[in-house]
Design a protein around this ligand. Structure first.
Ligand code: BDP
Length: 679
C-alpha cells in the first residue's frame, strides 16, 4: 500500500517519459482506479465461472467508466468465444456465450480506455476468426529454447510443480488480453520425457494456472515415446500394443488435465522418428494419435514441415508427401503448414499445400521468433508478413480462396479451425529481447482473433498500449514499423533471394557458404545459384518445376519471367545479370539499389527513434537505440557481403550513387559467429 502511494507521488511529479519502464508489463500498463471511482459504479456478472469472475475483477480494478453488466447467455451460441458490447442509458452491457467471451470483452473495453477511444456509444460484436489461436514454444526441458533469443525458457521444469513462478499467470493474462487461447509448451523436436508421469504433474500445474485465462495446454510429442519411455519394441502405428500404449497415455494426461488440447507432431522430418520408419504413412501415424484423443475431444496438429534428404527441390517436399494423402485423415487431425514452402524466410511465396488439399483441414504456422530475421537484434514488424500470407489467393476453389479462407473454417465449417505461431518469449524482463518484438506476439494474437485487421491498425494499437498515445510518437513510429520488414528484406535478401544465411545459426550472411560433406540443401549456393550468367533458383518447367504446384493462373504467373512479381523473381527464376527490370535498370543495378535502400532505411529508423527521445521512458529508449545501432551495422554487413560476393559472378560495377562497401570480402568470409543453436 505504502509502496503504491510513493509510486503514485513519483508518478505525479515526473513527466511520463522520465519514468523508467523495463517492458515487463507489455500491453497491460493499466493502473488501478481509486477507491472513489470503484465505488461510483458497479461491475456485475451473472455467472460464477472462474473466468467470468476474472473478467469482473479486471474491470473492477482498472475500469474508470460507468457501470457494466456482464452476462453469459446460453442462447448466444453464434457468438462462440466472442462477445457483444453495447451501451445505452449509462450502463454498458456485455453478452457472451462462454465465460471467456466476457474476459475478452473486458480486455476490449480496457484497450479502448487506454487508447482513449471510448466514444459515447459502444456497439461492438466480435467473433474470432479461428477457434484455436495457439503459440508454439520451442522450449526444451533443460531450459534452453530452440531459436529463442530472449533468454531461457519461462517454464522452470526443475521447480515445477511445487514452485509456481508469478510469470506463468502474467503470461496467461498477456495472451488472454490479445485473444490467444492455447499453448504448446515444448519443442517440436520433442523429448519423449514430456509424457513421463513426473513431467505430466508439472504440465498439470501450468495448465491449472492458465485455465482461468481460457488457455488450453497442448504438448509436442515424440513418435517414439512408447519405445523410449516404456521399452516397447517399436512404435509402429499399425500395431495394437502401440495403439493401446497411446490410449493409456492419453487417458493419463486427461486425468490430470481434463481440458487438455491435444498433440503437436513433427514426424519424419529432420531426423525425428515417425510412421515412415515402419513403412506407414503420415496419415496412419496421425490417425493412431487421433483415435486415442477422440474420446476426450483432443486434436492432432500434424506438421507438414518435412525436410529430408531427397533429390527433389526442397520447396516441393511437403506438397509431394501430403497431397496424395488427402481424404485419409481423421476429422480431429489438422495439418499444420508453415506459411512458405521452405522455412520462415523474410519473404516466401505462400506454401502451395494451402488450397491443394480439399478434404483435409489445414492450419497456418507462422514464426514470431526471428530465426531468419535478425533474432532479437533487428526491428522487423511482422504483421505485414503474416497478412501477405493470409491474403494470398491460392485459387484452390476459384478466385478468392485466400489462405485465410482456406484455414478459417470457411472451407471446413464443421471442423475446428486453428492458427499457430512459434513464440519469441523467454525469461528476459521484457519477454522478447527487443522491445519491438513484443509487437509481433501482439500482432499474431490480434490477427488470430481477426485476420481482417490491418497491420497498421495493429501497430497503432500496440504502440498506444505499450508506449504512449501521443500522436507525435505514434505516427512516425507506426511508419517505421510498417517499413521495417521490407527494409530487412532489402538489406538481407531482396527480389526473392532466400536462405543465404550463415550455417546453422541463421544470423549473418554467408552466400559463399559451403560445408564439406554437407547436404546440398544446407548450402546457400543451392538457393541462389549465382554464376557468370545470373542468379536465382529456376523453379519453372526448365528447372525444378515447383511452379506447377500452384493452381492456375498462379503457375503461369510465377512461371513467366515477365509476369512473376519482382519481389519473388529470384525465388522462381534464374535471371541474367543484365536482364531489364521494370524500373529499366539491369538486375544487377536493381539488386545493388535494393541492398542500398535497406541500409538507408535502417539508418532512417535510427533518426526517427532519436528524434523521439523526450517521448519515451529512458530505459526503453536506450535499449531500442542500442538495438537499432546493431541493426544498421548488420545491414551494412549484409549489403557488403552479398554485393561483393555476387559481384565476383556478375563482374559489374556497383553503381556510383550507391553507398560504397566498407568491408573486404575476404574479411567477411572469415567471420565465424559463435552462436550454436540448441537442438
Ligand atoms: C527450422 C529450424 C529448426 C526447427 C525446424 C522445424 O531451423 O530449428 O526444428 O524449423 O520447424 O526453422 O521443425
Amino acid at each position: 500500500m505504502f509502496g503504491v502511494r510513493i509510486y503514485t507521488i513519483l508518478f505525479l511529479l515526473l513527466p511520463l517519459s522520465a519514468i523508467s519502464e523495463d517492458g515487463s508489463q507489455l500491453w497491460l500498463r493499466y493502473r488501478p482506479v481509486s477507491a472513489e471511482v470503484a465505488k461510483s459504479r458497479t461491475i456485475h456478472v451473472n455467472n460464477k465461472h472462474e473466468t467470468a469472475l476474472l473478467a469482473r475483477q479486471e474491470l473492477d480494478t482498472y475500469w474508470k467508466g460507468s457501470s457494466i453488466e456482464l452476462k453469459v447467455q446460453k442462447k448466444e451460441a453464434k457468438l462462440k468465444q466472442g462477445y457483444r458490447i453495447d451501451s445505452s442509458g449509462g450502463t454498458i452491457r456485455v453478452i457472451a456465450f462462454q465465460p471467456v467471451g466476457l474476459l475478452y470483452a473486458a480486455y476490449h473495453l480496457l484497450r479502448l480506455q487506454e487508447m482513449t477511444m471510448l466514444g459515447d456509444e459502444l456497439r461492438v460484436e466480435e467473433i474470432p476468426s479461428y477457434d484455436v489461436r495457439i503459440l508454439n514454444h520451442w522450449d526444451n526441458l533443460d531450459g534452453t529454447i530452440e531459436r529463442g533469443y530472449a533468454g531461457r525458457s519461462l517454464w522452470k521444469w526443475a521447480e515445477l510443480p511445487h514452485t509456481i513462478s508469478p510469470r506463468y499467470a502474467a503470461y496467461a493474462r498477456a495472451n488472454a488480453a490479445i485473444g490467444i487461447n492455447a499453448t504448446v509448451l515444448n519443442n517440436v523436436n520433442a523429448s519423449p520425457q514430456i509424457l513421463d508421469a513426473v513431467y505430466l504433474e508439472k504440465v498439470k500445474a501450468l495448465a491449472d494456472v492458465f485455465r482461468p485465462y481460457g488457455i488450453r495446454v497442448y504438448l509436442s510429442v515424440n513418435f517414439s515415446s512408447p519405445v523410449v519411455l516404456d521399452g516397447m519394441a517399436d512404435a509402429d502405428p499399425a500395431r495394437k500394443e502401440v495403439q493401446d500404449w497411446w490410449k493409456k497415455k492419453v487417458k493419463q494426461v486427461y486425468a490430470l488435465v481434463p481440458d487438455f488440447g491435444g498433440f503437436l507432431v513433427k514426424a519424419n522430418s529432420e531426423g525425428q522418428p515417425g510412421p515412415q520408419d515402419y513403412g506407414r504413412t503420415h496419415a496412419q501415424g496421425a490417425n493412431m494419435l487421433a483415435d486415442a484423443l477422440k474420446p476426450y475431444g483432443g486434436l492432432v496438429m500434424w506438421r507438414a514441415f518435412v525436410y529430408n534428404p531427397t533429390s527433389e527441390d526442397r520447396a516441393k517436399q511437403a506438397y509431394l508427401e501430403f497431397v496424395p494423402l488427402d481424404g485419409q485423415f481423421r476429422d480431429n487431425v489438422i495439418l499444420q503448414i508453415k506459411n512458405g514452402p521452405i522455412d520462415f524466410q523474410p519473404r516466401e511465396p505462400f506454401n502451395p499445400l494451402f488450397g491443394a488439399m480439399q478434404k483435409t483441414p489445414q492450419m497456418l504456422e507462422f514464426q514470431i521468433t526471428q530465426e531468419y530475421l535478425g533474432f532479437s537484434n533487428h526491428l522487423a514488424y511482422l504483421a505485414p508478413l503474416f497478412k501477405e500470407t493470409l491474403d494470398s489467393d491460392t485459387y484452390g476453389r476459384g478466385v478468392g480462396s485466400t489462405v485465410a479462407r482456406v484455414t478459417d473454417g470457411t472451407w471446413h465449417p464443421s471442423g475446428i479451425s486453428a492458427i499457430a505461431a512459434v513464440a519469441n518469449i523467454g525469461e528476459d524482463s521484457n519477454w522478447t529481447g527487443h522491445h519491438f518484438a513484443q509487437a509481433n506476439w501482439y500482432a499474431f494474437g490480434r490477427l488470430a482473433w481477426k485476420h481482417q485487421l490491418s497491420s497498421e491498425q495493429i501497430a497503432q494499437e500496440w504502440l498506444k498500449l505499450t508506449f504512449s498515445n501521443d500522436e507525435q510518437f505514434v505516427r512516425p513510429v507506426t511508419e517505421m514499423m510498417m517499413d521495417s520488414r521490407e527494409a530487412l528484406v532489402n538489406y538481407m535478401m531482396p527480389l526473392g533471394l532466400h536462405h543465404i544465411f550463415a550455417f546453422d545459426h541463421h544470423y549473418g550472411p554467408e552466400p559463399w557458404g559451403d560445408r564439406k560433406g554437407g547436404r546440398p540443401d544446407w548450402m546457400p549456393w543451392y538457393y541462389h545459384n549465382a554464376d557468370s550468367i545470373g542468379v536465382g533458383f529456376d523453379r519453372t518447367a526448365t528447372g525444378s518445376n515447383a511452379v506447377a504446384q500452384y493452381r492456375p493462373p498462379l503457375d503461369k504467373r510465377y512461371g513467366d519471367l515477365v509476369s512473376c512479381p519482382e519481389n519473388l523473381l529470384l525465388w522462381f527464376h534464374h535471371v541474367p545479370w543484365d536482364y531489364r527490370m521494370r524500373s529499366g535498370q539491369t538486375l544487377w543495378d536493381e539488386l545493388c539499389g535494393r541492398y542500398d535502400s535497406g541500409v538507408q532505411q535502417a539508418r532512417e529508423f535510427q533518426k526517427v527513434w532519436d528524434r523521439l527521445e523526450n517521448k519515451v521512458d529512458p530505459q526503453r529508449f536506450n535499449e531500442v537505440q542500442s538495438k537499432l545501432k546493431i541493426q544498421t551495422k548488420d545491414a551494412v554487413w549484409w549489403k557488403d557481403a552479398c554485393l561483393l560476393y555476387f559481384q565476383t559472378f556478375s563482374k559489374m560495377r556497383i553503381p556510383e550513387h550507391i553507398e560504397r562497401p566498407v568491408h573486404e570480402l575476404e574479411d567477411l568470409k572469415r567471420i565465424k559467429l559463435n552462436m550454436k543453436h540448441h537442438n
